[in-house]
Structures are given as C-alpha cells and as structure tokens.
Design a protein around this ligand. Structure first.
Ligand SMILES: [Zn+2]
Length: 348
C-alpha cells in the first residue's frame, strides 16, 4: 500500500510539474467523502470540546472547496477521549477512517484529553489538533516538509511548538481543491473496506539523541514471532493493535537484564478475518526482522515503539551494505541510514 501511495504521490508531482505549479501539495490518503458538503456529529463532551471541532470545520470550509459543519450523521463523529499513552501510543489526536472504493463510509476523530488538559495545550493548539484530524477525515495525509496543519506532531520533545500552523495552509488547500474541486483525479480503489488510523503525535524528536532521552529502552534484536491482532473492549477495528515477540540480543539503553529475554511490542493497526486496519505511520514487524527499537513500556508490561516508524530501525541486508563490516540500520520514518555505533553513541 505504501508503494502505491508513493507512486500516486509521484504522479501528482508530475501532474503539477506539467501544470507549471511550483508548490507541492500536502500528500493524500486514498479516500474522500462522497460529497463536498460534509456533516459530522459533534460528540464533544462540553462547550470547549464542541467548539474545537466547530472551529476546525469552519477552517476547512474556509478553503472554499468543501463545506463542513455539524449535523446528526452518526457515521462521522468527532469528540474527545482520555487515553493514557501507556495504554496505546503517544497521540494527542487520532482519526479512524473506514473506506471502500475510495469513499469514506465511517469516520471517528478524537482529541486526547490526556494531553489537551495539560497547560502546554492552549485552546489554540488544541483547535489545531482538531483541525489536523479533520484534515485526515477529508483524506489528507501528513506533511512534514512544508508549512502545513498536517504536520505529524504538535510539539518538539523540548516543549517548543512544532505545528505552528493551526489552519490549512496553501499546501493543504491545494490538496483539498484537488480532491473536492472540479479537477477529479483518480483514487486508489481498495475492493474491501479498510480502516485507516491517522494520529497526531504529541511530540516530535529533532534527532536521535532527543528520541533516546524520551524512551525507556533501546534494544537490538529480532522478531521471533508474530502474535497477530490484539483487540480491546468491543473489539472494534479502531482497537486493533498488532503484537510481536521481540528477542533482545543487546540492550543499548534501559534495563540490562532484558538481554536475551523476549518482550512483546505493540504497533497500531492489524488485520484478521474481520477487518484490515492500516496505519501508514508504522511498518508492521515481521518474523525474522532484525532491528533496533526505541521503546516505552505500557502499563500491561508490553512495549510500544514511540511514534511508530520514528522508533523502528531495520537492519539493512548484507547485499545492500557498502561496507559489510558495519552494521547499518534504516530509520523507517526518515529512511535515513545510521550505523549501530552511531545509535549507541546517542545515549552517551
Ligand atoms: Zn496526523
């Protein structure tokens, strides 16, 4: 799916080059609403949490290519929940989209009160998180390369504000226009319903040192078993998380006694006979994968890879190594190559 999205993005770039438009648009997710007039049920628990969604919707309406407002539709709800990061991952906002044939059929967007009740989250910043999630609902993906409300995280780990745009920027507007304006471009067409998870991370990390400082453990090892989907509560697709057993060969940071033991690592999404739940923010770990993982521990004893791909470093296979003696790893978010020695160095 990632490759398909990438090639779609590439052809978009080509289209824009042909049109003579210099600026890139925010990347797309493979769905849209069936109409440019979009209603959602405002599930905010009080005036404040209702207000952030109303504000976010008016900002997208302000782009001129959609009208978004509150109504009574139950297939699109937006509200607030309180989810501890030790029970899931470190998101301050999340959007779950079920879609089929490129059209969204069910949308759930939440801001996470665990974060939004913290003093760091001013009303304006929380409105920005809500606007970001409504962007996902409309079918926009993350844009970390130019000014965008679709920046994938809210704060830098040093506490400074990262998502400085709390309203759609010109790059975001271009994508809304492309999806909902007069020029219709082809959509990816999955034949079975797919649920997509799109988060807004609470924190981003400027470098590996900042990430290392934030995590409980950095471990090297191998996936020895795929345990499949773990559901919670109702078992709804939104709760799908995938568990892998990871055997640790070296502890770079954290409890040294973890060496030679096996831990369970959770990732967003998963698939079984009932649903396919996808997060483009994570690369599902497969049996045999050798990697270095930056981890925080959950309250049930499992571990999470912080911000998913940000914390997954896959060992590069020997064939592609330029120097066979160096153990090289590839970060799954940035695709940057880094040596094991460098990763060990960041904890010093
Ligand atoms: Zn997001």
């Amino acid at each position: 799916m990632k490759k398909k999205l990438l090639s779609t993005a590439m052809s978009m770039v080509l289209v824009f080059a042909l049109m003579g438009t210099a600026q890139a648009a925010t990347p797309e997710n493979p769905w849209k609403f069936s109409s440019s007039s979009i209603q959602f049920y405002n599930d905010g628990s009080n005036t404040f949490y209702k207000g952030i969604w109303t504000t976010g919707a008016s900002r997208w309406s302000g782009t001129g290519n959609v009208t978004m407002g509150t109504g009574t539709k139950y297939d699109f709800r937006a509200g607030n929940q309180k989810v501890s990061p030790t029970k899931d991952n470190d998101w301050d906002g999340i959007c779950y989209t079920t879609y089929s044939n490129g059209i969204a059929s069910k949308t759930r967007a939440w801001v996470n009160e665990y974060y939004t009740t913290q003093s760091r989250y001013s009303p304006s910043i929380t409105e920005g998180v809500a606007t970001h999630e409504l962007g996902h609902a409309l079918g926009l993906a993350h844009n970390d390369s130019e000014p965008s409300v679709m920046k994938s995280f809210t704060f830098w780990s040093d506490g400074s504000l990262a998502r400085t745009n709390t309203s759609p920027t010109s790059a975001d507007k271009d994508t809304v226009k492309k999806k909902y304006g007069t020029i219709a471009l082809s959509q990816a067409n999955p034949s079975t319903p797919v649920v997509h998870i799109d988060a807004s991370w609470a924190y981003g990390y400027r470098d590996y040192t900042a990430l290392a400082n934030a995590v409980d453990a950095i471990v090297e090892g191998q996936v020895v078993q795929e345990n499949g989907v773990r559901k919670s509560g109702s078992g709804a697709p939104e709760t799908y998380r995938t568990e892998s057993e990871f055997q640790i060969s070296e502890v770079i940071k954290g409890n040294a006694s973890l060496r030679n033991s096996t831990i369970n690592v959770l990732q967003l999404g998963g698939r079984d006979r009932e649903a396919i739940v996808v997060s483009d923010d994570t690369t599902p770990l497969k049996q045999g994968d050798q990697s270095i993982l930056f981890l925080k521990q959950n309250e049930d004893g499992t571990y999470r890879v912080v911000n998913e791909d940000t914390s997954i470093f896959m060992k590069v296979t020997n064939q592609t190594l330029q120097d066979g003696k160096m153990e090289m790893y590839q970060n799954q978010k940035s695709k940057a190559l880094v040596s094991k020695e460098n990763l060990k160095g960041v904890t010093n």
